[in-house]
Design a binder for this molecule. Structure first.
Ligand code: NAD
Length: 443
């Protein structure tokens, strides 16, 4: 049996291992998922809700273990890891209720009823950066809709997913939730298998591959992909507030967040003050291990990802960007808080997703220039506009799924990307219904 080993990103020591799901095992997994799904679909929505809620209640006893595994497997500091676990465990009841309400049949009049039926077997393919939350966001609505789920977690965080799934499975009927371990090869085999939907969170490159592969049998898709979020700072902005946001959002989770601020466009009239304050605040961030106190930037998850951030910093250096804090030369596994200015469109820092603790700043003289550069990206996940009157107007012109005015993207609505950041989404009734097949019965 081939094993997938999980390594600590700090010292590359093995933390644990899980068996890799081979391609030969995939049909058996899918057959079990299909069998379980037929029975699961017959359980009433209310009963499904009760079973799923009970399953999530079991997470209470493994909260500490899940938190430690998130910290150990991907380096997130303990406090943030514990928020991720608490959010998943404690909000499940609320979301189950919201999903159940969204999936209730609706009368269309004239004897017609609109129903939200299960799709069948759903593959949930997840990334490592929020290893529990990202899996859960897609897995919960998929299960509640009466589908069975095969979760393919990231190869970098298999242990978190393993404990999550085995805990839920203390309550869920056998086969309704299974796990397939491995790297992208396992993900590919799962997408090609005889399943009905792929709910994916990850990179744009993998998303494109999955869409192409899913096309042959028109598998349903929810794709939550990468981002390159812009932030615009107008001359009328509350500069201190803008600085707080720019730094916090660029450095959160060591910058390894799909909606982290990746590009800051600041009005030249306030740029100097903004940059000085960004540097002052960024300098106070502490880099280190998840179990040290006062650490707010952990390690970069892998050598490959570390290399990617460095190569973008080196590219910016070579093309004339100015480093206000930090440099382009860090040893694994850390990237120190870095502030770079004079970013230009041809630099990788401008047009690629960085996924590291970097504030990348450009100045603009006219707001149209900032809007044009903000939109000149295939990505369109989140964005933020900081300014006085007129900021909301600028926000209206940004091509993104979630735009915050004097705050970050997101909030109480769905989690949704525009352009090549998303194809389908989760959250709110519209999101929950994407995990179901609409059927109209006319009598
Ligand atoms: P990734 O695309 O490399 O991997 C994600 C998952 O897909 C992993 O489980 C991987 O094994 C699997 N995979 C990779 N290639 C595949 C393929 N061709 N077919 C099937 N499965 C495949 O991404 P990552 O490095 O794990 O995560 C970081 C990326 O995820 C970033 O781009 C980030 O912006 C994005 N992300 C997006 C959101 C969102 O809400 N939009 C949230 C979190 C992360």
């Amino acid at each position: 049996m081939s094993m997938l080993i999980s390594y600590d990103p700090i010292d590359q020591q093995a933390i644990g291992e899980v068996p890799i799901t081979t391609n030969a095992q995939m049909p058996t997994l899918v057959a079990a998922a299909k069998k379980a799904q037929h029975a699961w679909a017959k359980v009433s929505l209310l009963d499904r809700q009760q079973i799923v809620v009970k399953a999530y209640e079991k997470l209470a006893k493994v909260q500490e273990s899940l938190t430690l595994l998130i910290s150990k497997e991907m380096g997130k500091d303990y406090r943030r890891a514990s928020y991720e676990v608490a959010g998943t465990a404690q909000n499940a009841g609320y979301f189950c209720q919201e999903i159940a309400a969204a999936l209730k049949p609706e009368s269309m009049g004239h004897g017609a009823e609109l129903q939200y039926r299960p799709l069948g077997v759903v593959a949930v393919i997840a990334p490592w950066n929020y290893p529990l939350a990202m899996a859960n966001n897609l897995l919960l609505p998929a299960l509640m809709a009466g589908n069975s789920v095969i979760l393919k977690p990231s190869e970098l965080t298999p242990l978190v997913a393993d404990l999550f799934v085995s805990t839920l499975n203390e309550v869920l009927p056998e086969g309704v939730l299974q796990i397939a371990h491995g790297d992208s090869a396992t993900g590919k085999a799962l997408v090609e298998a005889d399943i009905n939907m792929v709910a994916f969170t990850g990179s744009l490159a993998a998303g494109k591959h999955i869409m192409a592969s899913a096309a042959s049998s028109l598998k349903r898709l929810v794709m939550e992909l990468g981002g390159n979020d812009p932030m615009i700072v107008m001359a009328t902005a509350d500069i201190d507030k803008a600085v707080q946001f720019a730094v916090a959002s660029s450095f959160e989770n060591a910058g390894q967040m799909c909606t982290s601020t990746e590009r800051v466009y600041v009005d030249a009239r306030v740029a100097e003050e903004f940059e000085q304050k960004v540097v002052a605040l960024a300098s106070r961030y502490q880099v280190g291990q998840w179990d040290q106190t006062n650490v707010n930037i952990g390690p970069i998850v892998s050598h490959k990802q570390h290399q990617r951030v460095l190569s973008q910093l080196k590219d910016a250096e070579q093309k004339g960007a100015k480093f206000l804090l930090g440099n382009a030369d860090y040893e694994v596994p850390y990237i120190q808080p870095t502030v770079v200015t004079d970013i230009r469109p041809e630099m990788q820092l401008e047009h690629d997703e960085t996924f590291g603790p970097v504030v990348a700043i450009s100045r603009f003289t006219h707001i149209s220039e900032a809007i044009e550069r903000a939109n000149a990206s295939p990505f369109g996940l989140g964005a933020a506009v900081f300014g006085g009157a007129g900021a909301a107007d600028v926000a209206e012109q940004i091509e993104a799924g979630m735009v915050g005015v004097n705050q970050g993207a997101g909030g109480p609505g769905p989690w949704v990307g525009a352009k090549q950041s998303g194809f389908g989404f989760h959250g709110t009734a519209a999101g929950h219904r994407q995990f179901a097949q609409v059927r109209v019965i006319s009598k």
